[in-house]
Design a protein around this ligand. Structure first.
Ligand code: PBG
Length: 340
């Protein structure tokens, strides 16, 4: 008797529902799948440095590099060829250019503006997202202006508006304020509109938490050693979810086109709530610390890195995100294309 017949004759439970029937073969698993991850869901963050043909390893983010503009252009070409819709630029500027007021952020010839112009002229089809926050430019490593041990709100917003205009003039498609000052979305929207940049999008980091998972990013942009104190007077308390909804509501009222929750996996509940409540394009940021955890476990052979990575990205889609910022974007796109 075959083992199959044996199994048929074995006493069986009297079950009407056997959910496993829908999982019994790949064809039916594909048929009933609720969520898909596609290349068009991926946004690639890129770290940029001065120089030519320059790539610098980032030790806490194995596999990720800071690139000079020429190499960033080539990476943008590769991303576009793979079908990745957009990249997000983050500069690591010379320490000598950092000052109290973050003045380099307003310089039309700064690193990010030059990178933006180069990418928009050579790879026009890819969307370029620039980060609005002063931290890569300030000597104290904060996203706003520091006065008497305090990050002052309204003066910071004025500076962020100047930074946003500088980026829009350099051709940025999407302005992404990641600073968490109050009122900056409205101020940036009206300044953009007043200069005729009505087509420039605003993707707001609306619910950005004061997270330990940003550690490797601060290495990447060179603020680990310079940051004075922490960012808890402006970034959100990890304990709060309802407050995230208020933050998102405010940014939408002020004209945000897209919203983001950050970090990613530890905040899937927040992503789900935001996506359900507002039904606007909602993005997740799988941040540097999340990348580092997956990359380290994979390098040690403790997890199957590719599978864990795709599973983590799919989880954002299941939670309701319409896209994900991820340092894995190129690898994920290659895998998705190979399996398509
Ligand atoms: C700064 C900024 C941070 C990140 C993106 N923009 C760090 C911070 O707030 O200190 C984090 C991204 C990451 O960890 O991958 N405005």
């Amino acid at each position: 008797m075959s083992s199959r017949e044996n199994a048929r004759r074995a006493p069986s439970l009297d079950l009407v529902s056997r959910p496993r029937r829908n999982r019994r073969a790949e064809w039916v698993r594909r048929l009933v799948r609720e969520t898909t991850l596609e290349v068009s869901d991926l946004i690639l963050p890129l770290f940029v440095v001065e120089g030519r043909e320059q790539e610098e390893a980032i030790s806490s983010m194995p596999g990720t590099r800071r690139l000079s503009i020429d190499l960033a252009v080539r990476t943008a070409e590769r991303a576009a060829a793979l079908g990745i819709p957009a990249i997000a630029l983050f500069p690591n500027i010379d320490a000598a250019l950092r000052d109290d007021g973050g003045s380099n952020a307003f310089d039309p010839e700064n690193l990010v503006c030059r990178a933006c112009r180069a990418i928009k002229s050579e790879v026009p089809a890819i969307g370029v997202i620039t980060d609005v926050a002063l931290d890569p430019y300030t000597s104290h490593g904060h996203d706003g202006l520091l006065q008497d041990d305090e990050i002052v709100n309204d003066a910071s917003v004025a500076a962020l508006v100047r930074q946003a205009l500088n980026q829009a003039r350099a051709g940025a498609d999407v302005i992404a304020p990641s600073d968490m000052m109050d009122g900056r979305i409205g101020a940036i929207r009206s300044a953009l509109d007043a200069e005729g940049f009505t087509d420039v999008l605003i993707l707001t980091y609306a619910a950005k938490y004061a997270s330990a998972f940003y550690g490797p990013f601060r290495d990447a942009v060179g603020t680990t050693k310079t940051l004075i104190g922490d960012k808890r007077t402006y970034q959100m308390d990890p304990a709060n979810a309802k407050e995230a909804l208020r933050e998102v509501a405010l940014d939408l009222e002020q004209g945000a086109d897209m919203v983001m929750v950050k970090p990613g996996l530890p905040y899937l509940d927040v992503i789900a709530k935001v996506a359900e409540t507002f039904e606007v394009p909602t993005f997740a940021y799988q941040v540097s610390g999340e990348y580092a955890m997956l990359a380290a476990a994979s390098a040690n052979g403790w997890i199957d890195g590719d599978r864990a990575m795709l599973e983590s990205l799919l989880a954002f889609k299941r939670a309701g995100a319409c896209g994900v910022f991820t340092y894995f974007a190129l690898r994920a796109a290659e895998l998705l294309r190979a399996s398509a």
